[in-house]
Design a protein around this ligand. Sequence first.
Ligand SMILES: Cc1ncc(C[n+]2csc(CCOP(=O)(O)OP(=O)(O)O)c2C)c(N)n1
Ligand SMILES: [Mg+2]
Length: 570
Amino acid sequence: MRLSDDSAAAVIARFLKARGIDRVFGLCGGHIMPLWMRIDAAGIAIVDVRDERAAVYMAHAYGELTGTFGVALVTAGPGVTNALTGIANAHVARAPVLVLSGLPPRAQENRGALQDIVHTELVRSITRYARTVREPSLVLQELDEAVARALGHGGEPGPAYLDFPTDTLRAEVPRVLQRAEHMRPKPAPPLVPAAAAIDAAAAILWNARRPLVISGRGARRAGPALMRFLDALGAPYLDTGESRGLVPDSHPSVVAAMRGTVMGEADVVVTVGRRLDFQLAYGSPAVFGDARFVRIADTPMELRDNRRGDVEMLGDCGRVLDALVAKAAGRAPALDCTWAQDLRARHAARATTLHDAMRTAPADSQGRIHPNRLLAALQDGVGADALFVADGGDFLSFARVGLAASTWLDPGPLGCIGIGTPFGIAAALACPGRTVVVATGDGAFGFNAMEIDTAVRHHVPVLIVVANNGAWQIEVHDQMQSYGKVVGTRLQFADHAAMARAFGMHAQRVERVEDLAPAIERALAHRPALLDVVVTPDAVSSDAKTGLAWVPDLQALAAWDDAERRWRGA
Ligand SMILES: Cc1ncc(C[n+]2csc(CCOP(=O)(O)OP(=O)(O)O)c2C)c(N)n1
Ligand SMILES: [Mg+2]
């Protein structure tokens, strides 16, 4: 069948091309076939995956790393339900993703047609926009709006969803309604905070003795401005997974290893594009004491969640930070330099201790490698500029503490384990030339393990490293500690390397520490590649120790939960 150049499917494909989309992630089906074929005809690459959930994960990572939005194309019915977890993850992570799907032709709707369910109702609570487009002449207008919503123009970024009946995709869009105003890309509307707010914030910050800066998602495009701000203010700085790599470890403000201490000691806390969520103790006075808050964000959710700021600045983060530095005009901050330098020195000492301990971490009584030893070998094998995707339970925790990365992706605040391989594939496609490594637990790997097939078919140079401890180990630790019994959390020490080889991937199982470095070197030279590394289940990660898996009542971590109880009781 040849569809006309004015078919809705052709118009949608032209729109995607006009918006700079060079790649779409999807899984085919009859309901979306017209669009699938026209996307291909428009010269947009299609990465055909093995499960729609993986397509959305890939679109999510691709959008974040390319700085635009990612596109997932999934078929009607189970295509959309499979995609739901990916959409939910992008929703919580505020990642710009456009999900497109199909519906039965209009004349068959609600008559028991194949794959006929109401998708928009399913996705409504986890999308910024969810519409069915039945009228061909409205296709472009709806796409324009959906993309604006996904990018967070005038609101919060996140997933946007559109579906089209198959006959709508085949129908013609009148030329006069294919308007350039809807087709062309739009810059983000500039968000400029009020001058009075800048004045007030600069006064608070430059008079603070112990300021602390914490960044998140909203700071991602503001790395250089953030560094200028830190240089001017001299404040200690905490990273979070959302913005990891923005400020290099060598920067004197970085005090990551002193996280708990600095959170308790700061007198002013500046959040830059960061929610005060469970990872930051909800900003509770139980943990942050009497600290005042100054909040900077380009979206409302990162501006005033849980704690109101003395000053709240809704604006482009880079612009706000530069305005603050300009306002201070070289004035020396009231910073307690001894405090800041002491934190930095203690951070450096801890980091050195960890670095050394990781390289000598002993194997268990059966000779199984310590996860930290694996991570050290990986870091040494790929260098500091690698892009890391970390996934799993205990292993994610070890990786978060132990790995340095200039770009970092992880399951995010939804705790969405299983993203590893899809994120890694998308990252390697988005960042050609960079070394992309997926460091994943064996349990987490299993969710989307089939995507190794996608990596091989599309020649994606990703390295997947499975830390195989034969268990959902962080849950095992929790069960043993809280209940004294292991129930349904042990896996096998399955041979993931054999599985990868079955799909034509270079793969090796590694059981001895001395084989790690050569195996990593070989794998890097033969990407896509997988290493199945048998690690000890006996190693207890910091997340297991701090009670994250146990889910305390008031706070995410046991120590914060105790502090919150004491504070509320007082
Ligand atoms: C989709 C999903 N299912 C279950 C969980 C709960 N969970 C969190 S970590 C974890 C264990 C992960 O096991 P693995 O990847 O092997 O890492 P390990 O703890 O063994 O290092 C589980 C089941 C989750 N966060 N997300
Ligand atoms: Mg495991």
